[in-house]
Design a protein around this ligand. Sequence first.
Ligand code: FES
Ligand code: MG
Length: 591
Amino acid sequence: MADTRANRRFRSQEWFDNPNNPGMTALYLERYQNQAFSREELQSEKPVIGIAQTGSDLAPCNKIHVFLMDRVKAGIRDAGGIPMEFPVHPIQETGKRPTAALDRNLTYLGLVEVLHGYPIDAVVLTTGCDKTTPAMLMGAATMDIPSLVLSGGPMLDGWWKGKRAGSGTIIWEGRRLLAEGKIDYEEFMERTCASAPSLGHCNTMGTASTMNAMAEALGMSLPGCAAIPAPFRERMEMAYLTGKRIVEMAYEDLKPSDILTREAFENAIVVNSAIGGSTNAPPHLQAVARHAGVELDVFDWQKIGFDVPLMVNMQPAGIYLGESFHRAGGVAAVMAELRKAGRIHEGCMTVTGRTIGENLEGRESHDHDVITTYDAPLRTKAGFLVMSGNLFDSALMKTSVVSDDFRSRFLSEKGKEGTFEARAVVFDGPEDYHDRINEVALEVDERTILFIRGVGCVGYPGSAEVVNMQPPDRIIKKGIDHLPTVGDGRQSGTSESPSILNASPESVVGGGLAYLQTGDMVRLDLNECTLNALVSEEEWESRKAAWTPPDIVNQTPWEEIYRSTVGQLAQGGCLELATAYQRIREQLPRD
Ligand code: FES
Ligand code: MG
């Protein structure tokens, strides 16, 4: 990049050095001076670098960032910038009720207001727990000032009795063992806590590791950033380098809009399949794309990503955890292997000021047991299928977690491989599911598909991670761990359930799931990517005509605002009105 330091006037100088409005300028100066900054530096041509702090006592997955701040600020100082850390609304996946997903858009809104309304020229986005990464990227896309993601990194690997204990996966396994009576409540708690041995986010390829990988694949973090475990020395080094680099980005005016192109999103989709990434990635990336003004839709995930092989052997699709993934080379190694196979758009600009192809020079997998080559993968065609039919316009199915056992039991009927007809059992929300799943009168057997509705963005609100419903205890005792499940909510990225989820539109806004009844027959066809209720059109229409939307009860003002403005998961679950605001840094706020 050219030397851009000469005659650069940053937007922060509109606050701190504006002779046209001495009164306001004095007010801005005196109060920032009274903490740590001198008038000289505030009025200098140095950029003010905001650091969006997502860590706190309420947000343990991101708490490592509190300890990384010294290194980030040192990097910013060494490169000639002025660091200003500020808090953002916490989003803790395992803390916030009714769901952290409700708060992604709130954090996004808060970030946009801070970036727009304060003297900030560029920003370090601290990420970790599931929704923190998309919230930060969405805000950066809307504002369009130079922005650089710093991941906090996963926890160390968890271990329980000599076996790897992964975040989330230990819970799904434990729930089954509990249902079978093989462990008790105490052991369930102990096993689960063993999966979280240090600071950091989930150590599996759940939504957190996925979304941090997506940030790196998009070109929004420094190469190698996503996978370094939180407590590692390299994590502190990455924090320092991120601080240094964001100052250069401010001078270069290298913005999200230079990086977040259609091709960058296509790279991210390919990487998501290769890592066995979370089903939460499509709505989150869709949201980032919409705020960046990039055309993307849910069917792109199948078109671009389905035929990509699974190359990362990490739970829930494989066996390893975050430490092994990092040692094998992390996201950059996966992308390097994909690049050799011609699956990466090499020309995409990244935060380094170089293209992704240039960044990947010299990278490769150091351990083919953990990160395979493209030609010798763990599984071929490992991306998402996008299903449709009379129950919804679109829903996702993650194929990398469909076990051979499941395939042979449900999807290999003679002469019609990949199809399955079954009786539907329908639940209205997770409470209804927990109340009734073990009722014998429901007649759930190994030929049943379990449905859950009322758990989408508007219905829950925020869309709940509940679609991976466990079969009744008596079915699990027969050795059947999974039944096919379908719903208008989401499921945890750590789940290995072969569910059909994120069904859009959701039932409470009149999506087809609203008209399904327990006892209806449904037909799943993986060749055609369809799921249909086998109900006559007249009957279907008469159910539709008789349907009334359920009562919605908001418990907080934000729930009401959220529900009145949110779109569907297939469109990213965005605040629809917010998507009209793009590149807003082009207009300064009034003084
Ligand atoms: Fe925060 Fe998994 S719960 S990363
Ligand atoms: Mg989750």
